[in-house]
Design a protein around this ligand. Structure first.
Ligand code: M6R
Length: 609
């Protein structure tokens, strides 16, 4: 997620801005920039890479002035480069942005038709031009910004300044956060509290659909219609480290809670209920080849591999194509039999995992079509594949994957619908029903988050166990595997995931009253089979933690602990069932005092074999 800061006051703005951006580094970024207004107008400095590059540039080309804006960019539209870095200038206007503008291509076409030249690949530059266009004829910066943001579709927070209105910053937001810091003879703007805690603890939080006009001595809040909004600032008492984690104890906990928003961002603009389509324009260049494929191989590592196992169900059921799944580390060395009618889908949060990149190379050598599902824009895997569907989870800081997983599921589901429609194996009305369920998933995951305190109680009771067994069937067998992996990674407890029906062929020997057995038991086609498996556990004294979407007397009687998640279409149940598993792993790790965000021996991105 991009970091946003703004300053107006009496200090050297570039020092304040770079310091504030440094405190947002934990969000992840690939380029940075600042703009400061002085007697010569607004001057901009931008750099690819870490903030230290920007600091070096500011030594050789310093910026003087007491008002400015700064930005760290996490690329979404356009690769990381100096031209794509923020702030963006258009005429007299300079602007920074966090979020995604859905209708930027239409707006870009309109601006180009008016003779404007856009020099970056970003959606952001369009907003700067729109504001500049609106300022024609002497319209004030705040009015022009209001007119411009009313034309934008998507989620955004922006901060704008203009050569023609020195001393004034204008901020506006729909979804991504903006906090305003009130100081003595100075005011500040940021995307996140820690950026500005050093200067003030008195903060105003901009709400969706609000704007702020910020000068050295005042902050005026209005809505997008221009009505004045008034409210008192809040005093923030967090210490700087807590503030970075958004008030959560760990990044992992924060990222679990970010899933509804990450899913909204991943699904945005990709669901068309009226026609039953999942428009993924990024696939248009490979559309002809997609129409000819007759087999799919999915490949990935770790959590992403679990996502591919779920994806196989989506593809089998919605596109009616044979699909197989392979660990990337195995696939790349097994001389897979592939041809030009094969599609190889690789899934990777980082886009830099060496084994997954190796799998792409192997697939390309064999002439297969390659598609990446990636979170990091312009990463090695994204660049190497024939096409890429980006998840928009934002940076994942905690080593253990959470929001990357659920957004990967969302991207795989969208792709399965898109392919099913392309191959005429899924009709529009069926697709529309499925997509309507998918559209509700962010809301249902939000509801599932309310299980956190209940899961914490359960975790306390089982935190001393030496082993855990996770069981699931069908599309939720991979969810059981993911639950077990999370527990292993975070708490260092041995855990195994198994298909519930397979338990009696071996793992049943492990069951004693010391073994917690975590079971996915949604009310689906195989529910009665799952109940039979649970009875096998119960009769051997196993401790059952069951997760269902429809409680029954039977389940309540058998389970030691029962967790109920919101109900959705059975194919989409992995989204909701995953949430309590993430909490369970997290809370057990907290109970045992593990290093939750950086578990021992693990790296966030495994770039070596
Ligand atoms: O960046 P990638 O998605 O390619 O990473 C794949 C695995 O290394 C990753 O999912 C790993 O298993 C995580 N530690 C899971 O929490």
């Amino acid at each position: 997620m991009c970091g946003i800061v703004g300053y107006v006051g009496y200090r050297e703005a570039s020092d304040v801005l770079v310091g504030a951006l440094r405190r947002l580094e934990y969000r992840g970024y690939d380029s940075a920039g600042v703009a400061v207004l002085n007697g010569r107008g607004i001057e901009v400095r931008r750099c690819v890479g870490k903030l230290v590059n920007l600091e070096k540039l500011l030594i050789t080309e310093p910026l003087r002035g007491a008002i400015g804006i700064g930005h760290t960019r996490w690329a979404t539209h356009g690769r990381p480069s100096e031209e794509n870095a923020h702030p963006h200038r258009a005429g007299n206007v300079v602007l920074i942005h966090n979020g995604i503008i859905e209708n930027y291509l239409e707006l870009k076409a309109e601006l180009t038709a008016k003779g404007r030249t856009l020099s970056s690949e970003t959606d952001t530059e369009v907003i700067a031009h729109l504001v500049d266009e609106e300022m024609k004829g002497g319209v004030s910066l705040v009015h022009a910004t209001r007119n411009a943001v009313r034309r934008l579709l998507g989620s955004f927070s922006i901060v704008v300044m203009s050569d023609t209105e020195p001393g004034r910053l204008v901020a506006a937001k729909t979804a991504t956060p903006i906090v305003l810091g009130l100081g003595e003879r100075e005011n500040l703007i940021a995307s996140d509290i820690p950026a500005i805690l050093e200067y003030t603890r008195d903060m105003l939080f901009l709400e969706d659909g609000e704007m702020a006009e910020v000068t050295r001595d005042a902050i005026v809040l209005t809505d997008f219609e221009g009505n004045v909004r008034q409210r008192a600032p809040k005093r923030v008492t967090w210490d700087p480290v807590t503030a970075q984690k958004g008030g959560y104890k760990h990044f992992l906990q924060k990222e679990i809670h970010e899933q509804p928003q990450a899913l909204i961002d991943t699904l945005r603009g990709r669901i068309r209920l009226e026609t039953g389509d999942a428009p993924l324009a990024e696939l248009d260049p490979i559309d002809d080849r997609l129409g000819k494929i007759d087999r799919i191989t999915l490949s990935a590592c770790g959590t992403a591999w679990h996502a591919t196992l779920v994806g196989k169900f989506f593809l089998n059921q919605l596109a009616r194509l044979p699909a197989e799944v392979d660990y990337a580390s195995e696939f790349r060395y097994r001389a897979p039999v592939l041809g030009e009618r094969d599609l190889v889908i690789v899934v990777s949060q980082s886009g830099e995992t060496a084994d997954t990149l190796g799998a792409v190379e192997e697939a390309k050598r064999a002439g297969a079509l390659t598609l990446a599902i990636c979170n990091v824009l312009d990463s090695s895997i994204a660049r190497r594949c024939d096409a890429v569907i980006y998840t928009h989870a934002g940076p994942e800081i905690s080593v253990a994957s959470t929001k990357a997983f659920t957004t990967q599921l969302a991207a795989l589901f969208l792709f399965a619908v898109r392919l099913g429609r392309r191959l005429d194996r899924l009709d529009a009305s069926q697709a529309s029903v499925l997509l309507a369920h998918l559209r509700n998933i962010p809301q249902l995951t939000e509801q599932a988050l309310s299980l956190e305190s209940r899961v914490a109680q359960i975790a306390r009771r089982h935190a001393n166990a030496q082993d855990f067994l996770y069981l699931g069937r069908g599309v939720n067998y991979p969810v059981a595997l993911e639950g077990a992996l999370k527990l292993k990674e975070l708490s260092y407890i041995h855990a195994e995931g198994y298909p519930a029906g397979e338990m009696k062929h071996g793992p049943i020997a492990l069951i004693t009253d010391q073994l917690p057995v975590v079971v996915m038991a949604p009310k689906d086609d195989v529910y009665s089979k799952t109940i039979s498996n649970l009875k096998e556990v119960e009769s051997r004294g196993g401790r059952i933690i069951a997760i269902t979407d429809e409680p029954s007397d039977e389940l309540e009687r058998i389970a030691t602990d029962l967790l109920v998640v919101p109900k959705t279409h059975s194919l989409l149940s992995p989204f909701t069932l995953t949430i309590p598993l993430q909490f369970l792993a997290y809370q057990v790790a907290v109970e045992r005092g593990s290093d939750v965000d950086q578990p021992r021996n693990l790296a966030k991105s495994v770039t070596v074999e």
